[in-house]
Design a protein around this ligand. Structure first.
Ligand code: T46
Length: 138
């Protein structure tokens, strides 16, 4: 298993390049700091759409731009950071209790997310004030 990173950190996957193109693989135990329980994709995003706008109580995730680009805004309760994701080998790890918002999707952008648990609506904190309260108590 990859070492546990900070609450938000960059993940770099290998790129195998040759004249036929590039190949990137994900070996869960090598590259991802949790056991992957779920993979989902966000695509066909209309111009101007915003996604996310919540944090998770327990869920850990890694977010990649498989195609195109988008902006990921992150708040760990102490500091806010912005990332522009645009390369399929470079991802952002988000630990639990991290507020995320995603916008500025380019046309044809595909956002792939690796998640540590199955989907569970109960794990979402959708109110930012409540999120900040929970972070302070953690
Ligand atoms: C996150 C960002 C990056 C499912 O049925 N299964 C799933 O695995 C997911 C992720 C969602 N859904 C359903 C729940 C909603 O009815 O799909 C619908 C849209 O989900 P949501 O509004 O949560 O989508 P986003 O793009 O705002 O957020 C998602 C993830 O939920 C979230 O964990 O970090 O992508």
């Amino acid at each position: 298993m990859a070492p546990i990173p900070a609450r938000v950190s960059k993940i770099f996957l290998p790129v195998i390049h040759d004249v036929r193109g590039d190949l990137t693989s994900i070996e869960g135990s090598e590259h991802i700091p949790f056991k992957i329980a779920r993979v989902y994709y966000i695509y066909n995003v209309p111009t101007g759409s915003e996604r996310g706008g919540h944090a998770h109580v327990e869920l850990e995730q890694v977010i990649f731009a498989l195609s195109g680009s988008f902006r990921l805004k992150v708040d760990d309760g102490n500091s806010k950071t912005e990332y522009w994701l645009s390369h399929p080998s470079k991802g952002i790890y988000l630990n639990k209790l991290t507020w995320r918002e995603i916008d500025r999707f380019s046309q044809g952008a595909v956002c792939m997310v690796l998640a540590s648990k199955p989907y569970d609506e109960e794990d979402y904190i959708r109110d930012q004030t409540e999120f900040l309260k929970v972070v302070k108590l953690s």
